[in-house]
Write a protein that binds this ligand. Structure first.
Ligand code: AMP
Ligand code: ZN
Length: 494
């Protein structure tokens, strides 16, 4: 592994300073990253998954730059309440109650589903999926160390005194007691932004998950787990901590406060805190009640390839909001189709197999001089706080460039795809077109109808041809006459 990263200097936005800063890892050549993981009480929705496409882009960029990466993602299977502060029910307990199952079954089911989403989106697995309930002992040890100087006990558990560390809430842009006060208050809390380290089971409360502690039988607070597990696997101060933008307000300031209490320093625990912005759904299409675009599974069931969603995520910068709608999704699918078809065309004409390498340096060695600037601009875009939307058109330009050897174009596309993770070199046009789960017609039936329609058109029997088109539309298939992609038909999303 090189100690000098390749290409343009990497610069990343740091939520701590609200600035783009030159990235320098603590250990030369090696980057340690922790990502707040899913709470496994339900399927991840598409917005949640945007957070992991973002961390994957970060990880792939670090690999592209020549760094070794140790990446940890946690699985929250205890402690996360329906509000990010200390109000509401434990999400896991509530789901178990609602579905009349054990929490362990709920956690196992939704963890497996989440990992399937991760695989379908071609997200590289972390070095470790760190499960919260496997670390209760570590959490107790950690809590016992910070308790004497930083915590106080109430009937409902052990609370962190947010005034006991300097500059509490700096990450959120300053302490905002008013915002915390708006959240349902816990009886006896000294300051609105104080938070639970350990929540004691209420007398008579039947909890499926509870452990003994010096502060009574109960369960850890949600914020504790990330401080404990990130420190255990990555050290007291590591390079990058990620999460959705909502975590910048409560969860991460609380982690930072715990970290400072633990080390007795002003260090926050990570040099960079990075946050992805939200996937937003102004049309309400993502909501479960309106027909089920909520999860990646529902999207696949409707005949959309999951990598189209990955491309949709890549088409916006991670710090911008991303609008979700059937139109933006279908546009991403079309864009992916074009790329895949271009690569397929090149593969059919290729003379060598060098593009099959997974090694960026090997792929781009001796690249044709006309492609070299595209490679440099691509690297510059990634290095500029992961500007993938600027990088994507460079790939498209490379694929369609004239008077350049096919093999060189393929090698460059393969190298770029190491950072993009779109499987451009391995999936085919046929892979992209799969049928919705509730499809009325099979692919063969559609093709047969299209043949019948073609015969009618040749015979200038337009009444029959239109009738076939209308009948297909009723069955969810849109006929695309003269489609420049020669795709002929598409799934109708409403
Ligand atoms: P949770 O499973 O609720 O703990 O959330 C998992 C991750 O998804 C966290 O990093 C959240 O910040 C992130 N997240 C939640 N909603 C969205 C959204 N609509 N868009 C992007 N990220 C989100
Ligand atoms: Zn976390």
């Amino acid at each position: 592994m090189t100690e000098t990263p390749t290409g343009a200097p990497l610069r990343l936005f740091n939520s701590l300073t609200r600035q783009i800063e030159p990235f320098v890892p603590i250990t030369p050549g090696h980057v340690r990253v922790y990502s707040c993981g899913p709470t496994v009480y339900n399927y991840a929705h598409l917005g949640n998954l945007r957070a992991y496409v973002f961390t994957d882009t970060l990880r792939r960029t670090l690999l592209w730059k020549g760094y070794e990466v140790t990446h940890i993602i946690n699985i929250t299977d205890v402690g996360h309440l329906t509000s990010d502060a200390d109000a509401g029910d434990d999400k896991m307990e509530a789901a178990a109650k609602a579905q009349a199952k054990s929490i362990w079954d709920i956690a196992a089911h939704y963890t497996a589903a989440f990992k399937q989403n991760i695989g379908d989106l071609n997200i590289i697995e972390p070095a470790k999926w760190s499960v919260a309930t496997d670390h209760i002992g570590d959490m107790l040890t950690y809590a016992e160390r910070i308790a004497p100087e930083h915590c106080y006990q109430l009937e409902s558990g052990l609370y962190f005194d947010s005034t006991s560390v300097p500059d509490y809430g700096a990450l959120a842009g300053g302490r905002d007691d008013a915002a915390h006060a708006r959240i349902e208050a816990v009886e006896g809390k000294r300051h609105p932004s104080d938070f639970a380290i350990w929540r004691r089971s209420a007398p008579g409360e039947l909890r499926q998950m509870e452990w003994d502690s010096p502060w009574g039988k109960g369960a850890p607070g949600w914020h504790l787990e990330c401080s404990v597990m990130s420190m255990k696997y990555l050290g007291e101060q590591f390079d990058i901590h990620t999460g959705g933008i909502d975590h910048r307000e409560i969860h991460h300031p609380n982690e930072i406060a715990q970290n400072q209490a633990y080390t007795g320093t002003a260090k926050t625990g990570a040099n960079w805190w990075m946050h992805n912005n939200f996937l937003v759904d102004r049309g309400g299409k993502m909501s479960k009640s309106k027909g089920g675009f909520t999860t990646l599974f529902s999207l696949i069931d409707r005949g959309v390839h999951p990598l189209a969603y990955r491309l949709l995520c890549l088409s916006a910068h991670y710090r911008s909001e991303l609008e979700f709608s059937p139109e933006t999704l279908m546009a991403a699918l079309t864009r992916l189709k074009r790329m895949i078809m271009a690569v397929e065309g090149l593969k059919a004409r290729a003379e060598e197999t060098a593009w099959q390498s997974q090694d960026r340096a090997a792929l781009v060695t001796g690249l044709h001089p006309k492609l070299q600037p595209l490679l440099e601009q691509f690297d510059a875009a990634l290095s500029d706080d992961l500007m993938v939307p600027r990088a994507l058109p460079l790939l498209e330009e490379a694929l369609s460039m004239k008077k350049v050897p096919v093999d060189d174009k393929l090698r460059l596309a393969a190298a770029m795809d190491l950072a993009l993770g779109l499987k451009l070199l391995t999936i085919s046009r046929a892979d992209l077109r799969f049928r919705p789960k509730d499809a009325i017609l099979s692919e063969e039936e559609i093709e047969a109808e299209l043949d019948r329609r073609q015969t009618a058109r040749v015979a200038k029997d337009f009444a029959t041809s239109d009738a076939i088109r209308d009948a297909l539309a009723v069955k969810g298939v849109e006929v695309m006459d003269g489609d420049p992609l020669r795709w002929e038909w598409a799934v109708v999303l409403d």
